[in-house]
Ligand binder design. Structure first.
Ligand SMILES: *Cc1c(COP(=O)(O)O)cnc(C)c1O
Length: 432
């Protein structure tokens, strides 16, 4: 039903709009309705009814400095007044050029060439495109597939679904629509390494690259692996001449304890993707960063060899200003020390869950804390219990996880972990 004219009374936005928005990853018929949020500050969300929740998720892992950091707000406001946006085709601007220089300086090795876009999924697609065209530009046809891993998550678009975990990416549901790639188990032990090496050798001539989330497979279930696995992948990629792509959209910017997860392994990938915390949780921005070797394959007198990509809002100046301000904060405030302190607080605070019936594992890495259950029997009930305890936590699959803002203080963290322990305890008791 179309509606005409203006809406002088906006107070019923939630009820009215609820008839028109389509929610993400939600069976709208059976899920709890979303919570109306009217303001954010620090690590808290303020709801329309005045309740305040301590945020354990940092808005899908983005708000690493907490909400409404004055420095980011100020820099974005300045940029807004001067120049909110110009196209990036044929025009250049300071926020993007400065950001590219800073990212290149921060990243290890010769990851020197930054391509901007506006979402994580698209940055992974760009990495896939770069890897494929890298081979074409070098005169090698037939390398159109990637090797990726079970448990992986690289985005929601068609191309990225095809490199997600087969179940998560719904490979069978969308069979025929999705291109087929080589999906392997991570080489975590002797047996899986032997299988990995064998499968890779058999398919290497069809592959452009190996794609992985280093150290933590996030949306696939907060699955951790050892830094050694990344060295195995680097060695295998080198042996077969493949490119190695690290998707650090989740792990980048301190989440696992180092600025980038690849640093912990001492491994430099050929391409890295960044998004999520890039703007400190304020604006949509992503980057695909390539090594000199990858960029060289596109540097040519042949126009056809150029990277044919260019999203309309790429390198949006407001988003780049936010990202530069976020990087300022990593320099001026002790973020990695805060992550180390959070790591200890998460480990101690979630430890009581280990003894609960039906709890399979409690694990922490950097500012990530995970409680893994055999199953979550009553998802809505568990979510309600968490909200009733004054926290915003979004369990999925079999896990309850925390990825707080790095600025969360010890008291708020204790409040958050207590709430999780209590809510999980009650949920396990009620559904036993
Ligand atoms: C979130 C995420 C993506 C997708 O990013 P969007 O901005 O949601 O498109 C890709 N890879 C990883 C590892 C992610 O965590």
């Amino acid at each position: 039903m179309g509606t005409h004219g203006s809406f002088p009374d906006r107070n019923d936005w939630f009820e009215r709009g609820g008839q028109h928005v389509w929610l993400p990853y939600t069976q709208m018929k059976t899920a709890l309705p979303p919570l109306p949020v009217v303001a954010t500050e620090g690590v808290r969300l303020t709801l329309a009814d005045g309740r305040r929740l301590v945020d354990g998720v940092a808005s899908w892992w983005t708000a690493c400095h907490g909400y409404n950091h004055p420095h980011i707000r100020e820099k974005v406001a300045e940029q807004m007044a001067r120049m909110p946006h110009v196209m990036f085709g044929g025009l250049a601007h300071e926020p993007a050029y400065t950001l590219a220089s800073r990212l290149a300086a921060m990243l290890p090795g010769d990851l020197n060439r930054v391509f901007f876009c506006d979402s994580g999924s698209v940055s992974v697609e760009i990495a896939m495109k770069m890897a494929t065209q890298y081979w074409l530009n070098r005169g090698v046809p037939g390398r159109t597939k990637l090797a990726a891993f079970r448990g992986g998550y690289h985005g929601d678009t068609i191309a990225t679904m095809a490199v997600c975990d087969p179940e998560e990416g719904m490979h069978s549901l969308f069979a025929g629509l999705l291109p087929e790639h080589l999906i392997l188990d991570l080489p975590v032990d002797e047996e899986s390494t032997a299988r990995f090496e064998r499968d890779l050798a058999a398919h290497a001539h069809t592959l452009s690259a190996i794609l992985v989330e280093p150290l933590v497979q996030g949306a696939g279930g907060m699955l951790f692996h050892d830094a050694r696995v990344l060295r195995t992948l680097r060695a295998a990629a080198d042996r077969h001449g493949l490119l190695l792509i690290f998707d650090e959209i989740f792990t980048g910017f301190g989440r696992t304890g180092t600025m980038f997860a690849c640093e912990a392994a001492g491994v430099v990938p050929d391409i890295i993707t960044l998004s999520k915390a890039l703007t400190g949780g304020t604006m949509a921005l992503a980057a695909t960063v390539a090594s000199d070797r990858v960029f060289q394959a596109f540097w040519s007198d042949n126009a056809q060899a150029a990277l044919m990509h260019g999203p309309t809002y790429m390198a949006n100046p407001l988003a780049c200003a936010a990202a530069n301000a976020s990087l300022d904060l990593f320099e001026s405030e002790p973020r990695l020390a805060q992550v180390a302190a959070l790591s200890r607080g998460l480990a101690v605070g979630l430890e009581p869950c280990r003894d609960l019936p039906g709890v399979m594992d409690v694990r922490t890495l950097g500012a990530i804390g995970v409680v893994e259950l055999e199953r979550i029997a009553d998802m809505n009930g568990l979510k309600r219990r968490l909200i009733d305890r004054g926290v915003w936590v979004r369990p999925f699959g079999r896990i309850v996880y925390l990825t707080p803002s790095y600025t969360m203080d010890a008291d708020d963290l204790a409040f958050l972990t207590h709430a999780v322990v209590d809510a999980v305890t009650e949920h396990q008791r009620a559904t036993a």
